[in-house]
Design a protein around this ligand. Structure first.
Ligand SMILES: NC(=O)c1ccc[n+]([C@@H]2O[C@H](COP(=O)([O-])OP(=O)(O)OC[C@H]3O[C@@H](n4cnc5c(N)ncnc54)[C@H](OP(=O)(O)O)[C@@H]3O)[C@@H](O)[C@H]2O)c1
Length: 175
């Protein structure tokens, strides 16, 4: 008997040209998904590898989107049943204005993505975070599992000047 194969869906991956998202796009294409990938500059050669992926010609559509510009995010997510929100500024040093360079794009960008997902009736949203969001808490008892009760300590992150850790905490908690 011939096995019925249901049609694989359409999903969006934000920040498609980044390190983690590129691998994800490759995997999704290999499984037959139609992928909307967001990039800030489709003409930038750093995104060329995406166009060379297997099945990219048929199933990958790149959208020019900036996390802080809701309309561009909405255009990319429209028509998708799943969204992987991977885009985020990943800057580990040399930050002069963390609020503007890290926290705003992470926080407002994630809110824009979730708003667009709600509008498009997206069935499932995956937001990529990092172990860094929970790992920097010097008061956490050794040997105790770190989970959603253990967020990186704000004052500790500021004191170490690894603001990336703090922004991940803010991104998750919204505070
Ligand atoms: N790599 C790791 O080992 C690791 C481990 C744990 C967690 N993570 C998390 O995974 C996520 C992705 O990390 P990654 O290593 O793949 O970083 P990455 O290679 O720097 O990719 C980040 C992507 O986000 C996009 N982006 C940044 N700011 C944006 C904005 N304002 N609007 C639209 N797009 C924006 C970048 O676009 P452009 O190309 O235009 O700059 C880039 O494509 C981050 O949240 C990071 O914290 C990564």
């Amino acid at each position: 008997m011939e096995e019925h194969k249901s049609e694989t869906g359409r999903v969006c991956v934000t920040g498609a040209g980044g390190f983690i998202a590129s691998w994800l796009v490759k995997l999704l294409l290999s499984k037959g998904y139609k992928v909307h990938g967001t990039v800030r500059d489709p003409s930038n050669e750093k995104n060329d590898h995406l166009k060379k992926l297997d099945k990219a010609t048929e199933n990958l559509q790149l959208f020019k989107a900036e996390l802080l510009d809701y309309n561009t995010v909405e255009a990319a997510i429209s028509g998708c049943e799943g969204v992987f929100h991977v885009a985020s500024p990943v800057i580990l040093s040399g930050i002069s204005n963390p609020e503007e360079e890290l926290i705003k794009p992470a926080l407002v960008g994630t809110k824009n993505v979730l708003k667009a997902c709600s509008k498009a009736n997206v069935k499932r949203v995956v937001v990529v975070s990092s172990v860094a969001a929970i790992a920097s808490n010097p008061d956490w008892p050794q040997g105790t599992i770190m989970d959603e009760n253990c967020w990186s300590d704000e004052e500790f992150c500021k004191s170490t000047e690894v603001i990336y850790l703090l922004y991940l905490r803010i991104w998750i908690l919204g505070v």
